[in-house]
Design a protein around this ligand. Structure first.
Ligand code: URA
Length: 247
């Protein structure tokens, strides 16, 4: 979310001084933004991305840590701003004052579970490949992949010179034209699910992320969000997805 604010407002909000006093400090050259002394008034800063020093000490704001699960609609970008002016996911978070950011990405035309938080450590933990957080998707693909193709996807296929990690793949529904497939992966390469199905000759027509680990959307409507509790966070790291039935 783009949360630019005036430097003096930020300093006041962080409890350094009143806004007026903060202006004096700025004028006195006691405030640095990203290492540079700022003396001009009215400088806009983004506290989520920039570091502010007062008398050479980092200024921190007390912000509540929040964890949000959004059911992202198609047509929204998961970046915090978009030069092309497309809708951004943070615009769906009405009433959220904290500077949350998405954990990972979903394509513009992908819908489903998107975590947002201002907890950088947790985001890092979820995204780090060594933690192997499982992500489950429902993909509608063209045609009906053969058993051999499904097994190949499960075992690992070459994508851009690197084999994909083992996945779980299961056909949920099929008809002559297309199939709905549930796939669970723990890597997070860009457009990975689409590329995997493309590689076996079954392009993805639509894609929805159903869950991180065992944390699913449940009845969350498209475009709506809910706050997560510690119990939900634990589910993210579950080593099995509850969304796939045993084979
Ligand atoms: N894989 C994709 O291809 N797209 C997404 O948005 C997420 C996973």
């Amino acid at each position: 979310m783009n949360k630019e604010m005036r430097l003096q407002k930020f300093l006041a909000g962080a409890g350094i001084a009143s806004r007026r006093k903060a202006e004096e400090y700025i004028a006195q050259g006691r405030v640095k933004v990203d290492g540079k002394v700022i003396t001009a008034m009215g400088q806009q800063i983004d506290p989520g991305r920039q570091t502010v020093l007062f008398d050479n000490k980092v200024v921190r704001t007390e912000e509540k840590t929040v964890y949000i699960l959004l059911n992202k609609p198609k047509g929204y970008v998961t970046t915090l701003s978009d030069p092309q002016g497309r809708p951004i996911v943070s615009s769906l978070l009405q009433g959220i004052k904290e500077r949350v950011f998405p954990v990972g990405r979903l394509d513009l035309d992908t819908e489903g579970a998107l975590l947002l938080t201002n907890d950088g450590d947790l985001a890092q933990k979820i995204l780090h490949p060594s933690n192997e957080v499982f992500k489950t998707y429902e993909a509608r693909v063209t045609g009906i992949p053969s058993t051999a193709s499904l097994r190949a996807l499960e075992k690992g296929i070459m994508l851009e010179g690197k084999e994909t990690a083992p996945a779980r793949v299961q056909i949920k529904r099929k008809n002559k034209q297309n199939s709905v497939i549930i796939i669970t992966i723990h890597e997070g390469r860009k457009r990975q699910v689409k590329k995997m199905f493309q590689a076996v000759g079954h392009p993805v027509q639509s894609l929805k992320r159903l869950a991180y680990g065992r944390l699913g959307l449940d009845n969350l409507e498209v475009g709506k969000f809910r706050f997560l509790r510690q119990n939900d966070i634990k589910k993210i790291f579950a080593k099995k997805s509850s969304l796939q039935t045993k084979k």
